[in-house]
Design a protein around this ligand. Structure first.
Ligand code: 5GP
Length: 113
């Protein structure tokens, strides 16, 4: 089932897009949890990490390469950043279209406070 991220990919609703190629789109999170909070999504609809298939191997690589380009452009590679993917209920996933959160711009501390 399509989500709001497909609407963003298809430009049916607006988003602050920071990166795009033929397979991947990245845009600012609407409710940022860090000074820099970007979502990296595949244009292909994959609901969760559980749904990644062997055929998606290259696509997942493309997503990490996009993270590299975005963080380089932002100038945060040396100071560092966090990349997170939530999966299903216990992971706190709200949008069922695979995405990586890039969080940066301040010390993020341990994963569990
Ligand atoms: P999840 O909890 O599924 O890992 O994260 C979903 C993220 O998508 C949340 O951080 C939320 O703020 C963000 N989000 C939800 N709806 C929209 C939207 O319409 N536009 C943007 N830019 N971000 C959204």
């Amino acid at each position: 089932m399509s989500t709001i991220f497909t609407k963003i990919i298809e430009r049916e609703i607006p988003a602050n897009i920071v990166y795009e190629n033929d397979k991947v789109l990245a845009f600012k999170d609407i409710n940022p949890q860090a000074p820099i909070h970007i979502l990296v999504v595949p244009k292909k609809e994959i609901p969760t990490v559980n749904d990644i298939k062997a055929e998606d191997r290259e696509l997942i690589g493309e997503m990490y390469l996009a993270i590299g380009e975005i963080t380089k452009e932002l100038g945060v590679q040396e100071e560092g950043y966090r990349v997170i993917t939530n999966c299903n209920q216990y992971g706190g996933q709200e949008v069922f279209h695979l995405h990586f959160h890039i969080m940066a711009g301040e010390p993020l501390g341990p994963m569990r406070a």
